[in-house]
Design a protein around this ligand. Structure first.
Ligand SMILES: Cc1cc2nc3c(=O)[nH]c(=O)nc-3n(C[C@H](O)[C@H](O)[C@H](O)COP(=O)(O)OP(=O)(O)OC[C@H]3O[C@@H](n4cnc5c(N)ncnc54)[C@H](O)[C@@H]3O)c2cc1C
Length: 452
């Protein structure tokens, strides 16, 4: 008899993982604690509940990395995409869905599948035998969170994300900014030039603080705030404590010399640090924030050198349980210390409904192949799913690891592609064409056994 796959959490990732494994003939048990145990954000006992917005974001599979993830999941027979398409609402180029019929339909499809059963129990331990996928999401129950922390070490499991905005390196104006680590610290030239620095005059700084204080902010939700502020104060809160606070904190100008104007001492400096091995993404150091997204883009583009910045993701602070996946998971999404347990979804450090579903799709297939005794490698990093999973399982800087949306900055560069804003359409089309071909190749090579 084929061994059973157990999936903890029937959210976006767990639901898709169950569907993929069952289609490959694997019996699946979904352990979903709702409605018996609730979370502060979920309202129903449905599987794949959308906890906040009803959007799967852009559906453009030629110019947008999220749209490309949609395409890849559709090509792989994904349940989340098929159901989203059935319950689509008009939303321009975005894929918005009618949330309750959507999650009711996912629940019905999974419950009706002959190989899938659903139990409403909270799992509180990490199992030591059997095949498991843990997909308990940003609001993992505290008992299971404690069990995971006991296995990984408390420092490798975060309960909040404090995300600083991430900028595409190619959109930073290097005729204004320069590369240098504070006091030129570091053994190698690479370390001595690890940061990108954006200088501010007194007038720039004062205008920036005014804009920061006036910007629209998001309120914390009830039940969300406990423990938030330890060591990760939002920049606007720092600014509220005193106009000079940031200049003595993350924006201090000391130990830095502007190579473009060595004779001028900057009044404040905003630093950006490399965020991925490719060097295509940089995060703004210490700039976690609760400003609304529109306000963030406006305020951050006031920083000299970032006038034309394109953001791979904007900042935020949320309740979010996630692993330090680059150190804890292997390329098959297995916990290195307990390889019978895979992780999927937001708990691995991907961010968003779509990314979580894609991660579940991959985990479900990898687990199913393992149970069938067949080898399956993760998709290449040239695909959207592959780029995202490669990032969280090793491409990202482990020390500063924070959840990530899919974006073209995670993709290996295209040879001969034109850089800058001018070449963008052509470049994005190049990324998506390459991804589609490689994704199709990955699917075909699986030569899957008969689908049920
Ligand atoms: C408040 C909030 C708002 C968000 N808004 C958005 C948004 O607007 N757009 C967006 O794209 N993303 C949003 N996200 C992120 C979103 O939650 C995730 O992207 C997505 O739902 C994650 O999918 P997942 O499958 O990893 O987790 P989830 O969809 O959360 O599923 C995890 C499941 O595991 C269950 N579970 C937890 N612990 C246990 C346990 N011990 N035993 C059994 N079951 C358990 C939970 O009940 C849940 O059903 C938001 C997150 C939060 C917390």
């Amino acid at each position: 008899m084929t061994e059973t796959l157990h999936i903890v959490g029937g959210g976006m990732a767990g639901s898709e993982a169950a569907w993929q494994a069952a289609r490959l003939g694997i019996p699946v048990v979904i352990h979903e604690m709702r409605p018996r145990v609730g979370t502060f954000a979920h309202r129903t006992g449905n599987l794949a509940e959308m906890v906040c917005s009803n959007s799967f974001r852009s559906d453009d599979d030629e110019q947008n990395a999220v749209g490309l993830l949609h395409w890849e999941m559709r090509a792989a027979g994904g349940l989340i995409m098929e159901t989203a398409d059935c319950h689509r609402l008009p939303a321009g180029g975005a894929l918005a869905v009618d949330r309750d019929p959507f999650s009711e339909a996912v629940t019905a499809r999974l419950r009706d599948h002959p190989l899938i059963s659903v139990t409403d129990e909270e799992v509180t331990e990490l199992p030591s035998s059997g095949h498991w996928i843990v997909a308990t999401g940003p609001l993992t129950s505290s008992a299971l969170g404690a069990a995971i922390a006991a296995e990984t070490g408390a420092e490798a499991l975060a309960f909040f994300d404090a995300i600083a905005p991430i900028v595409h390196a190619e959109t930073i104006d290097m005729s204004v900014a320069w590369r240098q680590s504070r006091y030129d610290k570091g053994e190698t030239e690479e370390e001595r030039t690890a940061y990108i620095n954006c200088p501010m005059t007194k007038a720039d700084y004062e205008a920036f603080i005014d804009a920061l204080l006036a910007a629209d902010k998001t309120e914390f939700r009830e039940g969300e705030t406990a423990g938030y502020f330890d060591g990760c104060l939002p920049i606007e809160v720092m600014a509220e404590r005193g106009r000079e606070t940031l200049r003595h904190g993350p924006m201090k100008p000391i130990g830095l010399t502007n190579v473009h104007r060595p004779e001028e001492k900057a009044y404040a400096v905003v630093q950006l640090r490399r965020d991925n091995a490719l060097g295509s993404l940089y995060n703004i150091v210490g700039f976690q924030t609760k400003m609304k997204y529109g306000a963030q883009a406006q305020v951050f583009r006031m920083i000299p050198g970032l006038k034309d910045a394109a953001f791979a993701r904007l900042g935020g602070i949320h309740r979010n349980t996630f692993l330090n996946s680059p150190t804890l998971l292997d390329g098959q999404l297995r916990l290195r210390s307990r390889p019978n347990v895979r992780f999927a979804g937001q708990i691995t450090g991907v961010e968003g409904y779509v990314e979580s579903a894609a991660s579940g799709l991959l985990a479900g297939r990898l687990a199913a192949f393992e149970i069938l005794g067949r080898a399956l490698s993760a998709p290449p990093p040239t695909t959207a799913t592959g780029a995202l999973v490669t990032h969280v399982t090793g491409g990202a800087e482990a020390k500063t690891f924070q959840p990530m949306n899919v974006n073209f900055g995670l993709f290996p560069p295209l040879e001969d592609a034109r850089g800058g804003r001018r070449g963008r359409r052509e470049r994005y089309k190049g990324y998506t064409d390459r991804a589609k071909e490689d994704w199709q190749g990955w699917l075909t090579a699986q030569d899957a056994p008969a689908l049920v």
